[in-house]
Design a protein around this ligand. Structure first.
Ligand code: ZN
Length: 313
């Protein structure tokens, strides 16, 4: 189950009411919040993408979103209020977790709301009810949930692939990621201001030109931050437990050739459970360590598979 257990931010009280983004302190606070939320998303999303070998060029938020929804038994519902004051709503109570979005909104807006609500849940924000009103978007948890949503809808590595490598237009990127032009605009300004360290004014110019179909400046900006986006992507690999559980959900039987940690006693005892068995096949000084899905294979069938591998490979 993907869930962040710790609060991601320790904010001084005086920063709780942000009304503009102008002072140095506020800019610094937003930079810190942005980088923390961005890391939380990447640490969960990048291993998820790699494990499933998802294509970066056809990425959309849906795979990850649907996975978390199903793993945590979250209900996703459309709602409609006649005056449309409530954009989204998350309820966490004894009956379970549900999140809802205004179904009369455009789809791109619904997507942003869904990911925003998921953000409240995965960031472990305190509370059992989160209501999205148009006017409460500067509260700290709301700022975090908005960053979360933007990072999940438009991950750094995906933007790099589409804009820098594929040379897609602004409009193509927004359409392919199912986001509004406004959301892509804000996301690119936040990301590039943070990564390049250039002034926000100059980045706003760059993004504006890109939106007007001139991509020269944005290509220069991405060229400068390319290495850091790629090295970050490379640094988030799936952990062995996550890898094993994913592989077992796909094919019932896994050996230490795929998950090398299975050869370690401690690892095997960590992952062994009522649904996962682990054992080893030994013969003539050679061992094959393996794990199997107990719901699909008996102990004997798993042992036979290991034996087959020993003799046939
Ligand atoms: Zn919210």
């Amino acid at each position: 189950m993907i869930k962040v257990n710790k609060k991601v931010d320790n904010r001084p009280l005086f920063l709780y009411n942000i009304v503009s983004y102008k002072t140095d302190k506020e800019v610094k606070y937003l930079g810190n919040t942005f980088s923390k939320i961005s890391s939380v998303v990447k640490s969960q999303l990048y291993p998820f993408i790699k494990l499933r070998k998802l294509s970066l060029l056809s990425y959309t938020f849906e795979d990850f979103f649907n996975y978390v929804i199903s793993e945590n038994d979250i209900k996703v519902l459309g709602h409609h209020f006649s005056k449309r004051q409530i954009e989204g709503l998350t309820l966490i109570d004894s009956g379970g977790i549900s999140l809802s979005y205004e179904k009369e909104n455009p789809v791109v807006r619904q997507n942003f709301t869904k990911c925003h609500e998921l953000g409240h849940f995965l960031l472990n924000h305190h509370g059992t009810v989160f209501t999205e009103l148009k006017e409460n978007q500067t509260a700290p948890d709301e700022v975090e949930a908005n960053y979360f949503s933007a990072c999940l809808l438009m991950p750094d590595i995906v933007l790099l692939s589409k804009i820098y490598y594929q040379k897609s237009s602004f409009q193509e990127v927004a359409n392919s990621l199912h986001v509004s032009y406004e959301a892509l605009n804000i996301r690119l300004i936040d990301l590039l201001t943070y990564l390049t360290g250039e002034s926000k004014e100059s980045i706003i110019q760059t993004v504006h030109q890109y939106q007007s179909r001139d991509n020269r400046k944005i290509l220069e900006s991405f060229a400068r931050v390319h290495d850091s986006i790629v090295s970050e992507y490379n640094s988030y690999d799936p952990g062995p437990v996550e890898k094993l559980s994913y592989l077992l959900s796909q094919k019932d039987f896994v050996t230490d050739k795929e998950v090398a940690e299975l050869s370690q006693t401690i690892f095997r005892s960590t992952v062994s459970s009522t649904s996962i068995g682990t054992w080893a096949y030994y013969d003539k000084g050679i061992a094959i360590f393996y794990a199997w899905n107990k719901e699909k294979l008996t102990e004997g069938q798993a042992y036979q598979k290991a034996k087959d591998i020993y003799y046939l490979s």
